[in-house]
Ligand binder design. Structure first.
Ligand code: SF4
Length: 426
């Protein structure tokens, strides 16, 4: 990457622009083209990629930003992923499990502050949470109005089916990396095939599926990332998540040796390029500006000047006065992601008493009570300053099969929260 060069001065590369256009137009996405576009050699090329993704986002998804409240209801996990603070081997983590009633209360409380069109329910893979209890929560929250997205990991087909019948609309399950060996190394208690089979099961059951990758994992190569993007294209999910790897000190990958060479500014830019390519290759997907991106941005300011150049290029006079006034004072890379193809933001609405213990990686933040209203206010300001607006409604996939019909059997009876806590402990 050219340094010390403004985008105006930077040359663009003909081969790069050609490959970018072919991918943006959906004409082709060959490995060598993805590789080329993923690694621009000039600031002009890099900005060209990000702006193409922004235009694709505007063309396919509009100028609106979907704000989805996320409740992290249990941090028990039976898996042992090497990068995650929730892994079962992390004995130092204070474990919690919200009751079904507490989850529904938290959702109702969040909905008082903001008309969330979607509530996302996330947990570790917690066998202590019986499928019926989750079904009860799904049904109760659906009755409050919003769509419900589940993110609770790999579970049997029957569980997915039960939750779908209870009204769950969507399911997030990242495959993390498309390389089976790296996957096995980092996730020793499961396999990539098992993960992908779960996604197929969810697809079969009519969920809007979400999946994605982690950027910057130790052992991850550029070729693997190209394969990740190709797999995303092949799966054509309704939601795509691309987040940077943040080491947790209580995990094997948090050890100094595994992370010594990390450069947050480089990782932010690499993540934004992968977000942009995801937008171009899966144009109808909802793509979040991830919390992890916001967290990693706090650890480095080296990306700020570059960000200011890009934002002024892409927004010009179309942005709000706030960005023009503070173009050299970025504090949150999530705003950048929203002009590189992302169109969703997911504030954490988990009650504060539990929130800090959902520590997949350190430094995560969210809000409730007074703080939640402050969080919503700052998101509104961020969105307005980008010349965008906050979407109302559920924010379903724009694909015809998901706009034409709603989830089945919302009237299913006999689902109760009884039996909660009776499942197997981890
Ligand atoms: S990444 Fe998910 S499955 Fe793996 S340990 Fe963390 S919470 Fe569990």
């Amino acid at each position: 990457m050219t340094t010390g060069t403004t985008w105006q001065e930077a040359n663009t590369n003909g081969a790069y622009q050609q490959a970018l256009e072919r991918i943006a137009q959906g004409v082709s996405a060959e490995r060598h083209e993805i590789g080329l576009v993923l690694s621009p050699e000039t600031a002009g090329d890099e900005f060209g990629l990000l702006e193409a993704a922004h235009n694709a986002r505007l063309g396919n998804m509009g100028r609106q930003v979907h704000v989805r409240g996320i409740i992290e209801f249990s941090n028990y996990c039976r898996q042992d992923c090497l990068y995650c603070g929730l892994r079962r081997s992390n004995a130092k983590l204070r474990r919690y499990r919200m009751s079904p009633e507490q989850i529904v209360e938290a959702a109702a409380f969040a909905l008082e502050f903001h008309g969330f069109g979607t509530i996302v329910l996330q947990s570790g893979e917690d066998p202590g949470y019986p499928a019926d209890a989750i079904a009860y929560v799904v049904k109760a929250i659906r009755q409050l109005g919003p769509a419900v997205t589940l993110s609770v990991g790999q579970r049997p087909y029957e569980d997915y089916e039960l939750w779908r019948k209870a009204g769950a609309d969507r399911f997030l399950l990242k495959f993390e990396t498309s390389d089976p060996n790296l996957f096995k190394e980092l996730n020793p208690s499961t396999t990539l095939d098992e993960r992908l089979q779960c996604l197929m099961n969810l697809r079969k059951l009519g969920y809007q599926i979400g999946t994605g990758i982690i950027l910057g994992l130790p052992g991850q190569t550029r070729q693997m990332i190209i394969c990740d993007l190709l797999l995303l294209k092949e799966l054509d999910p309704e939601m795509v998540s691309v987040g940077p790897f943040i080491p947790h000190p209580g995990t094997p990958l948090g050890k100094a040796g595994a992370t010594a060479k990390r450069d947050p500014a480089r990782l932010i830019r690499a993540t934004l390029r992968a977000v942009a390519l995801s937008r171009l290759m899966v144009p109808l997907a909802h793509i979040p500006a991830t919390t992890a991106l916001g967290v990693i941005g706090k650890g480095s300011r080296d990306w700020v000047e570059w960000a200011g150049d890009y934002i002024l290029k892409v927004l010009g006079d179309k942005g709000g006065s706030g960005w023009r006034a503070s173009a050299g004072d970025w504090s949150d890379p999530r705003a950048l992601a929203l002009v590189c193809g992302a169109n969703v933001i997911m504030p954490d609405v988990t009650p504060k008493v539990f929130r800090d213990s959902y520590e997949i990686y350190p430094g995560k933040a969210g809000s409730d009570g007074e703080e939640l209203s402050g969080t919503i206010k700052s998101i509104r300001t961020m969105v307005q300053n980008l010349g965008m607006s906050i979407a109302s409604g559920r924010g379903d996939s724009p694909k015809p099969q998901f706009t034409a019909k709603r989830c089945p059997a919302e009237s299913r009876s006999g689902i109760t929260g009884e039996g909660f806590g009776a499942g197997k402990e981890v």
